[in-house]
Ligand binder design. Structure first.
Ligand SMILES: C[S@@+](CC[C@H](N)C(=O)[O-])C[C@H]1O[C@@H](n2cnc3c(N)ncnc32)[C@H](O)[C@@H]1O
Length: 216
């Protein structure tokens, strides 16, 4: 089935692109579908992932595309990588931040330009009755979306090979609850906004204001 929860939220993440975004970093890029969307907008993209197979697949697919900008795919572990401060206008982590210590966001923040934006499409551990209720509600909606996307893509013939030729990106269960993520991020990313999304995800958006302009 072609419905992917992370891909489903791409447009939401793209809405957070700063007006003049020249350079972006994607952390845990998997096979690079989101990085391609950034490059299509003429943005210079560095896309990293710790997994060799997905980086190789991402590079191969990228070489078949006619993008206005080439994406720099690199096999790298974000926890060991040294990022240059004040470099990226936009940093995106799609279902990847729970693979590393949450404090890694400090390193990402330091690498943002002034007015740069960090977006995290995150997974959280279900810990409350409300979490479980939302999760239950998501199940039938998920089934309807899957069917809708399947029929639409079957009819248009798009993405016929997805899931058969591309390797799957490694997954891991999230260890932090939404409350813990709210608490942990308040200190590291003052002024960040967090909202729960339906399909087992949350969206965190942080704007790197000039010193003294943040809130929280
Ligand atoms: C659930 S997958 C999501 C992949 C992709 N972002 C997507 O939306 O389909 C998480 C990705 O994070 C990568 N990852 C895990 N730990 C990492 C690390 N320390 N540094 C860089 N990437 C990492 C994994 O290899 C995997 O590709």
């Amino acid at each position: 089935m072609p419905f992917n929860h992370n891909d489903h939220y791409h447009d939401l993440l793209l809405r957070e692109l700063p007006e003049s975004c020249r350079r972006a970093l994607e952390v845990g890029c998997g096979t690079g579908r989101f990085a391609q969307k950034l490059a299509l907008r003429g943005i210079e993209v560095d896309a990293i992932d710790v997994d060799d197979h997905v980086v190789t697949a991402a590079r191969e697919e990228n070489s078949t595309l006619d993008l206005p900008r080439q994406i720099r795919f690199e096999r790298a572990d974000i926890t060991h990588l040294t990022l240059t401060p004040d470099t990226y206008d936009y940093i995106a982590c799609l279902a990847s931040i729970h693979h590393v210590p949450f404090e890694t966001v400090q390193k990402l923040r330091a690498s943002l330009t002034t007015n740069g934006v960090l977006v995290i499409l995150g997974c959280y551990r279900e810990a409350t009755l409300w979490d479980h209720a939302i999760s239950l509600l998501a199940v039938p909606v998920n089934a309807i979306w899957r069917a809708a996307v399947f029929f639409r893509e079957s009819r248009s013939g798009s993405h016929p090979d997805r899931g058969t030729q591309s390797p799957s990106a490694p997954v891991a269960p999230p260890s932090m609850s939404l409350a813990e993520i709210r608490e942990g991020s308040a200190a590291h990313l003052p002024g960040r906004r967090i909202r729960r999304l339906l399909f087992w995800r949350y969206l965190l958006v942080f704007h790197n204001m000039k010193a003294g302009l943040g809130s929280d």
